[in-house]
Design a protein around this ligand. Structure first.
Ligand SMILES: Cc1c(C=O)c(-c2nnc3c4c(C[n+]5cc6c(C)n(C)c(C)c6c(Cl)n5)n(C)c(C)c4cnn23)c(C)n1C
Length: 331
């Protein structure tokens, strides 16, 4: 089988995150979930949450689904790179994404979410698309939607075609030739850390020379920005008038009117250029003349992250075959 569903920006002005409609249970309950290749829990706002923690989100009520089953004695708790987090109990139920159904998928029902989830009313939960070794359900960890679906997929892949300020798509089980140009460059994935970790072959700032350099990083659809080694990031912002690394804003900022260079990264022999517009993430506060960069340093993060700012400059194939690989193509 296959599936195909839209990845819709949650904000009209800035690409903060993307959500995809997912139906759960019987009769179907549809939630807008953030597909995250950087984690491996499928969790939702649920009827088990205190109402004080719900502000407009859709919720999944397992007691209203005739196919929901409590996974007795199991719980989960997760924290993300931005410090947000959630925890709760676990049910299994039918989950459908873009026409692709998994029966008895572990649905982690939130009993507590951190404040940033409560305030972001466009996100009703996450669908982890990382490796199932990262799943936090205890005492028995659970499989991701992709791992559960894999045996029924025409091909053990999912693809991300994220777009700048417009809806893109996540496809499951097939590679849509109409979504990319030229060839797909595949490189090996090290799944040991549980992420889609792959080697990049180097970078260039604007029209400058390409610097060959092997950079290990993760392809993370759930992270907005790109986090790379400080040497690369300082080389980039040296080309931006008035750029400073702001302690108060927690990263590189610059006058919104600045002209930004493009940023090119290599995957094998292929080169992908992130347009300057993608690298002006957003004003630091609404209406400010100071803007926050889409490229930030990974020194405080611990790993290099190719988030949405990079992913939307390409068509990306997450190949869950044995061994796993990742493919990048222009579009
Ligand atoms: C090491 C790391 C990250 C690794 O992942 C990371 C990050 N970057 N975007 C996100 C996340 C998102 C996407 N996301 C980003 C947002 C930003 C930058 N802002 C201002 C808002 C309001 C956001 C929302 Cl609602 N959502 N979501 C939904 C979750 C659970 C995230 C967790 N971390 N995260 C940061 C900021 N850092 C330092």
């Amino acid at each position: 089988g296959t599936g195909s569903a839209a990845a819709v920006p949650i904000n009209a002005d800035f690409d903060i995150a993307y959500v995809t409609p997912v139906t759960l249970g019987t009769p179907p309950q549809t939630l807008q979930l953030d597909f995250d290749s950087g984690s491996s829990d499928l969790w939702v706002f649920s009827s088990h949450l205190p109402t004080s923690q719900i502000r407009g989100q859709q919720i999944y009520a397992p007691n209203k689904s005739s196919t929901a089953k409590l996974l007795d004695g199991h719980s989960w708790s997760i924290t993300y790179g931005d410090g947000s987090g959630s925890r709760g109990n676990v049910y299994t139920d039918n989950v459908t994404v873009g026409g692709l159904t998994v029966g008895s998928q572990a649905i982690e029902c939130a009993q507590q979410v951190s404040s940033s989830f409560t305030t972001e009313d466009h996100i009703d939960g996450l669908v982890g698309l990382g490796f199932s070794t990262l799943n936090t359900v205890s005492p028995k960890s659970q499989l991701t939607f992709f791992d559960n679906a894999k045996s029924n997929l025409d091909s053990p892949v999912f693809t991300a075609d994220l777009k700048y300020k417009q809806a893109g798509t996540y496809d499951f089980g097939f590679i849509d030739e109409a979504k990319y140009t030229g060839e797909i460059t595949y490189v090996p994935v090290n799944s040991d850390p549980g992420y889609w970790t792959f080697p990049s072959s180097g970078y260039a700032v604007g029209s400058g020379n390409f610097t060959a350099s092997s950079i290990s990083g993760i392809a993370d659809t759930g992270t907005s920005l790109v986090y790379l080694p400080t040497a690369i990031v300082t080389a980039y912002y040296r080309q931006v008038q008035g750029a400073t690394n702001s302690r108060s804003y927690g990263g590189y900022v610059f006058p919104c009117a600045s002209t930004l260079p493009t940023f090119t990264f290599g995957v094998g022999a292929a080169r992908f250029t992130i347009p300057a517009a993608y690298l002006n993430y957003a004003p630091v506060t609404p209406g400010s003349a100071t803007c926050f960069g889409g490229l930030q340093s990974s020194s405080g993060v611990g790993i290099n992250i190719w988030g949405d700012v990079a992913l939307k400059a390409a068509f990306v194939v997450f190949n869950g075959g044995n061994p796993p690989t990742i493919g990048w193509a222009a579009k």
